[in-house]
Design a protein around this ligand. Structure first.
Ligand code: HPA
Ligand code: ZN
Length: 331
């Protein structure tokens, strides 16, 4: 182990993340326990201590299979509390989680009950570990615009205090992004923060269309903006925040290596960047590991790492008082 790695492991740096899918935090061990509970065979998507998938489509299928193992309130509460506990053990003070009422409804749990279970877990985790958490209701692009609009309507009307954002994940090569504008209008009009997965598997043109059609505050990934100087400049000028997830991008083959990841390039181009874990056990990462990648591979100094957390807190979908309280924890 190098001395830099040694120092990193001993850090007390406060971490924050903006981009993590709650079902994607399931460990293979927990997936197996849930599979036994519901008598489901998942041997084609897990192999002992790892998930099995080859390409992005297979990953999305595996993700759906694992999400379907969480069926009642106790299941969802356990998953959320456990992840927030793990995060706080890594020194995390804030997490924003993508949640999916649509996945929950597939197993027969009403969206309100689902959100209540998650909210209880978040409140208990805050009491136990001091970690703050907010939720982003998430539509799935490849499920179609109608389902995404239904998710937006739910997010806009459900009145759960911890739901502060609306987003869209899934396959960004599916359909025409303009068909989703109505859903995002509903969410924006309700005062929710807006984030959209874009620029992970699609290139600069699709990112541009997404920005024009959906007017996001943040982009999930957005890393392929690096393909266009003009687009990077536009993103920087508009202050759109990039939720970068290097570990995810390497695992899914968006870039061939950590060295080839454009984290530093995007920062140097003036873009507001943050780091997150996306679906940590699927991509064999953790939030702490993402900060370590920034330091070890891209030479981020300790001050620059603190800036990553500061940027995440500044871009968080959270009320001003809570934001100030969190910012006051930074060195
Ligand atoms: N990309 C798109 N959709 C997703 C992801 C991802 O990394 N994880 C869960 N849904
Ligand atoms: Zn994601």
């Amino acid at each position: 182990m190098t001395s830099t790695e040694n120092e990193l492991l001993n850090w007390q740096l406060p971490l924050a993340e903006l981009h993590c899918h709650i079902d994607g935090t399931t460990s293979p061990a927990l997936a197996l326990r849930q599979a036994r509970k519901y008598n489901v065979d998942i041997s084609d998507v897990t192999n002992g201590d790892q998930f099995l998938w080859g390409n992005f489509s297979q990953f999305l299928d595996a993700y759906d299979r694992i999400a379907a193992l969480f069926r009642d309130e106790a299941d969802h509460k356990l998953l959320t509390f456990d992840y927030l506990k793990q995060l706080s053990e890594q020194g995390t003070i804030y997490s924003e989680l993508f949640i999916s009422p649509c996945h929950a409804e597939q197993s027969g749990l009403g969206a309100e009950h689902y959100v209540e279970a998650l909210s209880t877990a978040a409140i208990e985790a805050k009491e136990a570990f001091g970690i703050e958490c907010r939720f982003i209701v998430t539509g799935v692009r490849h499920y179609g615009a109608e389902k995404v609009t239904a998710a937006a309507k739910f997010a806009a009307t459900c009145k759960a205090p911890l739901i502060t954002g609306f987003g869209m994940a899934g396959d960004e090569r599916f359909g025409d992004i303009r068909d989703y504008a109505a859903a995002f209008d509903i969410a924006r009009d309700a005062g929710l923060g807006i984030t959209v997965h874009s620029g992970e598997f699609a290139g600069a043109e699709e990112i541009e269309r997404t920005i024009d059609s959906l007017r996001p505050d943040r982009l999930g990934h957005g890393v392929r903006a690096v393909e266009s100087e003009r687009l990077m400049k536009g993103i920087a000028e508009q202050g759109i925040v990039l939720e970068c997830c290097p570990g995810s991008n390497i695992a899914l083959g968006v870039f061939p290596s950590f060295e080839a990841h454009p984290l530093r390039l995007l920062k140097d181009a003036g873009c507001r960047i943050t780091v997150s874990s996306d679906d940590p056990p699927f991509f064999k990462t953790t939030l702490k590991r993402e900060y370590e990648i920034a330091a070890e591979t891209h030479g981020f100094t300790e001050a620059e790492l603190v800036e990553l957390t500061r940027e995440a807190l500044c871009a968080a979908f959270i009320d001003a008082r809570s934001r100030e309280r969190l910012l006051s924890k930074l060195p």
